[in-house]
Design a protein around this ligand. Structure first.
Ligand code: GUN
Length: 285
């Protein structure tokens, strides 16, 4: 039976350390600040934005939340971002995704100063990750790497399978695993024989966003399974991308849904915000 990776407890430890760091910074008159921009009223986004604000409050980070009308003109949103880029109290800027269709997501993300891009989505930050010289790294993949680290498993030389190729999770986590010398296979909706690929995985990152798409019997004995999926079934139950019950019988370690990856994403966002504040206050690069 697999060990359950307690993401909530691991995130708590990170946040406790950050709280101490924030107290130290405040002694030097630096109060980290995070601006969260939400456009429209997507219900899932509202939940995430609220959770981010609450985490800021717990840790002592200044939280500036902007809720903008769903029909906001692109140039108005760009103006708002440029105001935040120039605001010294704001060290980190996050624009909650997805954006309404009339807004050009790429253009909006590129408008955020890379120095304040605590989501790690700016092309400069993605490029830095590719070459192994990261500034800010995307929060969910970073959280996944911390969970893997916590298992104590050596990643070098292992077969890692990433199911999902999004810019937010799949692609960046594949790069991070590569930098740890894992042998990485990225699978996606056009992959033939996903089952055979998953069966060979010592490390499986499931980030496809489809409930129970990865069957428990595909999991390799003693694998480490990280399930990024948060899918709500018609009966209201939250489930991951992996069939948990069956997978648990085979894996050495597995994340639960909820309580696995989710809490780590927010802890990493807080980490990036504190790092941003430190860099912007000391001239450190
Ligand atoms: N939407 C889903 N995940 C994320 C995330 O990590 N950051 C932002 N900004 N939006 C998201």
């Amino acid at each position: 039976m697999a060990n359950i990776i307690d993401g909530k407890a691991i995130a708590r430890r990170f946040k406790d350390t950050l709280k101490e760091e924030v107290n130290f910074l405040k002694g030097r008159s630096v109060k980290p600040g995070l601006a969260v921009v939400l456009v429209g009223d997507n219900p899932a986004s509202l939940v995430y934005v609220k959770a981010k604000g609450k985490a800021c409050e717990e840790i002592g980070i200044n939280s500036f939340q902007y809720t903008l009308h769903k029909d906001i003109a692109q140039k108005e949103l760009l103006w708002q971002i440029s105001e935040l880029n120039n605001d010294a109290k704001v060290h980190g800027i996050l624009v909650q995704l997805p954006l309404p269709d009339h807004l050009d997501e790429e253009l909006i993300l590129e408008a955020i100063s890379p120095e304040k891009d605590v989501d790690g989505f700016h092309p400069v930050n993605i490029g830095r990750l590719v070459i192994g010289k990261p500034l800010f790294q995307p929060c969910t993949p970073m959280g996944i790497m911390k969970l893997l680290e916590d298992t104590g498993m050596e990643l070098a030389g292992k077969d890692a399978v990433v199911a999902g190729r999004s810019n937010i999770v799949g692609k960046p986590v594949a790069l991070m695993l590569l930098h740890k010398n894992a042998t990485v296979t990225i699978c996606h909706s056009k992959t033939l024989n996903l089952r055979e690929k998953v069966k060979k995985a010592d490390i499986l990152i499931a980030a496809v966003g489809r409930p129970h798409m990865i069957k428990g019997e595909w999991i390799k004995q003693e694998a480490v399974v990280i399930d990024v999926g948060i899918n709500r079934l018609d009966n209201g139950k939250l489930v991951g991308d992996v069939e948990f019950e069956e997978a648990q019988k085979r894996a050495a370690f597995i994340t639960p849904v909820p309580g696995g990856v989710g809490p780590m994403t927010i802890a990493m966002l807080m980490h990036n915000t504190v790092e941003a504040a430190k860099r912007q206050s000391s001239g450190y690069r």
